[in-house]
Design a protein around this ligand. Structure first.
Ligand code: RIB
Length: 294
């Protein structure tokens, strides 16, 4: 089976569920609080493992109480954590408000994730031995770039989720095979609010772009072909946290299994639709049998 390496963050998500998010300076009363393992890297790893992938996580947790819980959560989903280091100090945390429509706002405090500034020989060998590398932007950019360059040098396919969005250096984008922004990130990176125009612009920098559009589905664009809009299943969202990560993790498994693009995107969309109907990031990610049934 093709191995999927994830170089990314682990966070404990501290989630407040409320009718609507407070404005600056305002206090609102919420209805529920949950502590759920998250982090864009760990979420993608869990999603991929539950979808049936052979997954390895590279990153760091803290030596606090959250660190053990975050590691356990990955292992329970079948993710190899041999290269998930334990750093001195707190684990990453994400402070999340989810409103009654399931939309969220997030503040991430990197904690241990910030210690992953460079890769050691073990990490480099693990990426070189994988078939796919999943990257996001919650680790220091130096490590993300090193991971992408290692993958490119070894012929390993790289998928980048550009979140939290920031300007992307050419040395990173030159090594990316597939870019998966949401529509806000695509607009920020391209300067075009319209996803078709954004995709067209981004294709000047990477060969394939998939822009996730939430309930509207996703826009698939590859150099030399017409972009195609793939619809998402119609569902009622209770919490969209981790939906994009579920999409990417599941898509990676489908690509590792050499499924055709339309089937891979339909599979990823089905997994994301299952994720938004349940609360929490990694806790809401579906298993392969559920995706197949959907
Ligand atoms: O993409 C969702 C994730 O973003 C959350 O789990 C949170 O940890 C933040 O990293």
């Amino acid at each position: 089976m093709t191995r999927i390496a994830v170089l990314g963050s682990t966070n404990m998500d501290l989630v407040a569920y409320t009718e609507r998010a407070p404005r600056l300076g305002e206090t609102v009363t919420g209805r529920e609080f949950r502590t759920v393992p998250g982090g864009k890297g760990a979420n993608q790893a869990v999603a991929a493992a539950r979808a049936g992938g052979d997954v390895l996580m590279i990153g760091a947790v803290g030596d606090d109480a959250y660190g053990g819980l975050l590691r356990d959560n990955l292992e329970h989903s079948g993710v190899d954590t041999d290269l998930l280091h334990t750093a001195e100090g707190p684990s990453g945390t994400a402070h999340i408000v989810v409103d009654s429509a399931g939309a969220n706002a997030i503040v991430v405090i990197p904690g241990a994730n910030a210690t992953v500034t460079a890769l050691g020989p073990g990490e480099i060998a693990a990426i070189a031995g994988a078939g796919l590398l999943l990257l996001q932007l919650e680790l220091p950019l130096s490590a993300v770039v090193e991971g992408a360059r290692t993958a490119r040098a070894q012929g390993v396919r790289t998928i980048l989720t550009p979140s939290p969005v920031q300007p992307l250096p050419a040395e990173l984008l030159d090594c990316v095979d597939l870019l998966v922004p949401n529509e806000h990130e695509a607009a920020e990176l391209s300067g075009f609010a319209d996803p078709w125009a954004a995709a067209d612009h981004l294709l000047g920098r990477v060969p394939v772009v998939v822009i996730t559009l939430g309930a509207k589905g996703c826009l698939y664009a590859a150099r030399g072909t017409e972009p195609v809009l793939f619809p998402a299943p119609e569902v009622t969202a209770v919490d969209t946290t981790g939906a994009g990560d579920t999409f990417v993790g599941t898509l990676a498994v489908a690509l590792a299994e050499h499924r055709p693009v339309p089937e891979a995107l339909a599979w990823a969309a089905a997994a994301a639709a299952l994720c938004v109907q349940r609360p929490g990031a990694s806790a809401s990610m579906p298993y392969r049998t559920e995706i197949e049934a959907a």
